[in-house]
Design a protein around this ligand. Structure first.
Ligand SMILES: O=C(O)CCC(=O)C(=O)O
Length: 260
């Protein structure tokens, strides 16, 4: 499975400009014929939380229309990062997944909201984990701050995920947590972790990218530094089988002693 990770700047409060950027980045990423394209978190509005109900994507329609048509045009699966989506006057940090036919096959609302950026004051949290299949491969997804919760990655793994996608807006001061947690989640669950982080500056926050793919042994397969860019990760699922055979941590768990 070839996964193209898009690392881009996002303009706060300017969906028109961000939709144009996303379309051109997807067209660029599609040129090399990937199986999956991954986008970052909240790419339509970013954290323009005070006006989110006015500028968020009503029922996610604009996102669906654009991403579905690009997925169909290029016959590529798209894990469309997340957008601010509005439903019944409530805002959600919502991830959507489209298959090669342009059908929306999964939707996920961020479960763990990030209080440090006031997300919990404006966004309604999700209540369900995200599992789906791409080309017969079982996948899971989480969003940014969710990465700090090992229970979620473990749950996605126990439900069969082999790849976990992570769109994010993870700021620069804690970027060492990002890399450490991405690697830890990959090693402890023996899964592929694939993440798209944004770049740019927003309010007081600088974002330095660090989008990456990590294999079940903790090896970084692909990585971007601090600029906009697209990187392709080649996923070989025999690495996952071998890692699980060599050290069977999932079998050696003791849920009789601890809960998860
Ligand atoms: O956990 C962190 O340090 C960053 C999380 C975050 O920025 C987010 O969830 O949007």
């Amino acid at each position: 499975m070839k996964i193209s990770i898009i690392q881009m700047n996002i303009v706060k409060g300017n969906p028109d400009e961000n939709f144009r950027t996303v379309e051109s980045k997807i067209r660029e990423a599609a040129l090399s014929g990937p199986d999956v394209i991954l986008l970052p978190e909240m790419w339509n509005t970013s954290y323009a939380l005070e006006e989110i109900l006015e500028i968020g994507d009503s029922n996610g329609k604009r996102t669906k229309d654009l991403i579905s048509s690009l997925a169909k045009e290029f016959k590529v699966n798209i894990v469309a990062g997340s957008v601010a989506a509005i439903r019944c006057k409530k805002a959600y940090n919502r991830l959507m997944v489209f298959n090669r036919e342009g059908e929306k096959i999964a939707e996920y609302d961020k479960i763990h909201l990030f209080g440090l950026m006031d997300e919990d004051k404006y966004i309604t949290p999700g209540k369900k984990v995200c599992l789906f299949e791409l080309d017969g491969i079982k996948c899971g997804a989480m969003i940014c701050y969710d990465l700090r919760f090992p229970e979620l990655a473990r749950e996605l793994t126990l439900k069969g995920s082999q790849v976990i996608f992570v769109p994010a807006q993870w700021p620069e001061p804690r970027i060492h947590h990002w890399k450490t947690l991405m690697t830890a989640r990959a090693i402890e669950n023996q899964v592929f972790m694939v993440a798209a982080n944004r770049v740019g500056v927003e309010d007081q926050n600088a974002f330095v990218g660090g989008s990456m793919a990590v294999d079940p042994l903790g090896q970084v397969l692909a990585e971007l530094t601090g600029d906009e860019g697209i990187v392709e990760a080649h996923i070989d699922f025999s690495v996952l089988e071998k890692a699980r055979e060599a050290i069977p941590v999932l079998q050696d768990r003791r849920p009789d002693v601890y809960k998860l």
